[in-house]
Design a protein around this ligand. Structure first.
Ligand SMILES: NC(=O)c1ccc[n+]([C@@H]2O[C@H](COP(=O)([O-])OP(=O)(O)OC[C@H]3O[C@@H](n4cnc5c(N)ncnc54)[C@H](OP(=O)(O)O)[C@@H]3O)[C@@H](O)[C@H]2O)c1
Length: 268
């Protein structure tokens, strides 16, 4: 009856695991540091991680929009269902054709599925690739003046944990966003107010962004992939809020202002 949490040490997976553990449900972390280890790029690790597993949270690494993701999702879900997995929850991204291809694979897997299709995470600013920039006071991105309804990963974890532990979320796609559209300029304003420090937004070209990220130790390929997410997907296609949090949980989504204030100390 074990629930496998892929990416179980990451921003969403860690929170999903905490919620299920608090419900006394048996959880296995599926990541390179898990026991047994799970590695998307070493298929020999997949079957041991699936031993005794009946449900799984699929958080892909690095991103469902990156090359090879679809093939891995297909091979993993086939193996999972053959090994007795009956319930799959896929973490997906909005407006990404490659992510939507992975959604279809999970929907057709034969398991009961839930898709959590998310906007950009608020916690990218506090726990991921934008953390250093915020701490240093300049968010420099190849982002157009297009608003995005950033979502709090605590909301994602609440929905995913509900889908893995309760009835009523099967064969359902939840589109999860925050309650408000914000440009990166407005995000910088919110973070300035919350921290009491000036945090600026500076628009750079994709080439400048990649060069800066590589200089900070990000591998070239990963930096180029991130730049593509800004130039390809942040084009206005996702500039509307959705009500998946309310549909799944019966309450509103958390707002960016609350996130910024709750995390203000993190950037000091
Ligand atoms: N960031 C956003 O704004 C956003 C928006 C929508 C959707 N998404 C989706 O979110 C997913 C990422 O989820 P997240 O942000 O919760 O995770 P995350 O914080 O990026 O954490 C990465 C997780 O993956 C594990 N991992 C790293 N390399 C691995 C490998 N080779 N094999 C297996 N596991 C590996 C890490 O643990 P170990 O180091 O122990 O292996 C960790 O648990 C992506 O698929 C992305 O498409 C992100």
């Amino acid at each position: 009856m074990t629930i496998l949490i892929l990416g179980g040490t990451g921003k969403t997976g860690r929170r999903v695991a905490d919620r299920l553990t608090a419900l006394n449900l048996p959880v296995r972390i599926g990541s390179r540091s898990g026991v047994p280890p799970f590695d998307w790029y070493d298929r020999a690790t997949w079957e041991p991680a699936l031993d005794g597993v009946t449900a799984a949270y699929l958080s892909y690494y690095p991103d469902l929009a990156f090359p090879g993701a679809c093939e891995n999702i297909k091979a993993f879900t086939d193996l999972a269902v053959r090994n007795g997995v009956r319930r799959l929850v896929l973490l997906s991204g909005r407006g990404e054709p490659e992510a939507q291809a992975s959604e279809r694979i999970v929907q057709e897997s034969g398991a009961r599925w839930t898709i959590v299709r998310c906007s950009w995470f608020m916690q990218n600013f506090s726990e991921d690739f934008l953390f250093e920039q915020v701490r240093e006071g300049v968010i420099a991105l190849p982002a157009a003046d297009v608003p995005e309804p950033f979502v709090d990963v605590d909301d994602i974890a609440d929905v995913a944990a509900a889908a893995l532990s309760q009835q009523g979320h099967g064969d359902t796609l939840y589109e999860l966003t925050g309650p408000r559209l914000l440009t990166f300029q407005e995000v910088a304003g919110e973070l300035s107010k919350a921290t009491g420090r000036e945090i600026a937004f500076v628009r750079v070209t994709a080439e400048e962004y990649v060069a800066g990220a590589v200089a900070h130790g990000v591998p070239q390929e990963a930096a180029e992939g991130l730049a593509r997410l800004f130039t390809d997907i942040l084009d206005g296609r996702n500039a509307q809020v959705a009500d998946g949090v309310r549909q799944a949980l019966g309450r509103p989504a958390r707002d960016f202002t609350a996130f910024a204030h709750a995390n203000a100390q993190v950037w000091h």
